[in-house]
Design a protein around this ligand. Structure first.
Ligand SMILES: Nc1ncnc2c1ncn2[C@@H]1O[C@H](COP(=O)(O)OP(=O)(O)OP(=O)(O)O)[C@@H](O)[C@H]1O
Length: 275
């Protein structure tokens, strides 16, 4: 069971020390629109304050979308929640098997075949070789890459690689799914198919945290949102409210419309007995 799954952070900070920064131009800390604040730590080293004072608590069933400007700290937060980054100060405690889905290319080897990469990538995400062997045919079907799967990965286009990675990612059973949207490289037809699979993956997982610039995608996969601004949680709440505050009424109305449509589809599906 997944009842033990949880994420807690308390006053967590993540700083990146930049030892080769041009210090003369950095006398004063500044806050542009994009990016975390630049300051200095106790040893007078220039640091990017990517996350500041993050306190959050997530439990089984939570589906949280992260919104915010470029460099606001969304990816850093996902890495903190996955245990890839330790907090510089404060604490982060994660209970459950984490599947980080950030860089779809990580864990792939260009010199081995698509088939072999499917196995390796799955093992990288915490599956056993045996579990992956049982899934490989179904994943191969999903990618629609046919004979190419016997060829080394270096012969694939970017979109073809993304197909392999998405096939693997959507076949696993994670307790905590941390998803960074970086999956724009596939064609529209394939994306439609991938979204359906991603939705099923999200339904199987215990906790989802999803960073995305697509409000439609957020509304589809999440039921609440956090606005990350200059490394801090500026607002947390329903997706419509958070998007409205972050992007304005037009975007808020659009999200409301998308949610309504999704609910209509869901109730139509259950009336037909297909849900
Ligand atoms: N490895 C690193 N070294 C130094 N600074 C970093 C590093 N990674 C991120 N940062 C800085 O931390 C801040 C937060 O970056 P992050 O990638 O988390 O933002 P983001 O919200 O995911 O942005 P985007 O929407 O553009 O992907 C930025 O100011 C960025 O410059």
């Amino acid at each position: 069971m997944t009842d033990h799954v949880s994420i807690e952070t308390t006053n967590a900070y993540v700083d990146f020390p930049i030892f080769d920064a041009k210090t003369r131009s950095l006398k004063k800390a500044f806050l542009g629109k994009a990016g975390g604040a630049i300051g200095r730590n106790d040893s007078d080293v220039v640091v990017v304050e990517a996350l500041k004072d993050i306190t959050l608590s997530l439990k089984q069933g939570d589906r949280v979308g992260l919104v915010g400007h470029n460099g606001a700290g969304k990816s850093t937060l996902l890495r903190l929640l996955s245990g890839i980054y330790e907090p510089t100060r404060g604490s982060a405690r994660v209970r459950g098997r984490v599947a980080p889905v950030f860089d779809l290319g990580v864990g792939m080897d260009p010199e081995i075949s698509g088939y072999e990469n499917i196995i390796i990538r799955g093992m990288f995400m915490g599956m056993t070789r045996k579990q992956m062997l049982a899934k490989v045919d179904e994943i191969a079907d999903f990618t629609e890459l046919g004979e190419y799967l016997n060829m080394p990965l270096r012969t694939y286009s970017t979109g073809m690689r993304v197909r392999v990675a998405l096939g693997v990612v959507t076949s696993i059973d994670p307790e905590i799914l941390l998803l960074d949207e970086g999956i724009g490289a596939v064609d529209a037809d394939f994306m439609k198919k991938a979204r359906t699979r991603l939705q099923a993956l999200v339904e199987r997982s215990g906790i989802l945290v999803f960073a995305s610039h697509s409000n439609e995608f957020l509304a589809q996969l999440c039921d609440r949102a956090m606005w990350i601004d200059h490394g801090q949680i500026r607002m947390s709440g329903g997706i419509e409210d958070v998007v409205r505050a972050y992007e304005g009424d037009e975007a808020g109305d659009h999200v409301a419309h998308v949610i309504q449509e999704l609910e209509r589809e869901k109730s139509a599906a259950s009336a037909n007995g297909t849900a």
